[in-house]
Design a protein around this ligand. Sequence first.
Ligand code: FES
Length: 127
Amino acid sequence: MFASSGLISILIVYRSKAETSIKMVGSQSTRAEAPDLREAGLDRGPSLGFTFDGAAMRGYAGETVAAALLAAGLVALRRSPRGDAPRGAFCWMGVCQECTVVIDGHRRPACRTALAEGMTVLSGTVA
Ligand code: FES
């Protein structure tokens, strides 16, 4: 229940801030300026630090890696092997594999991996 209500909150805020976030997607140079698209005013507990393609990011316990990245305006999580097109989370339940990233050296679906302190996340490729 918590995870789905949190996701809904993120998606609602994401939609309302879409114009500002679209500039952030896939832009390595502007990730440090990433907006926090989470609903304001909620006690989320202690934040967790992790990196995405070397950029320092913050998230919260209970979020998935994909949710934390979406909250920072990052929806492109990997490139397609054909056409080099940006790909991101689609099903949000571990089925489509569109959100595959490399977490601490292992390919994982970002939508099904709980965020943890110190994680090293790299944008994924499907070989
Ligand atoms: S979004 Fe489909 S597996 Fe993660």
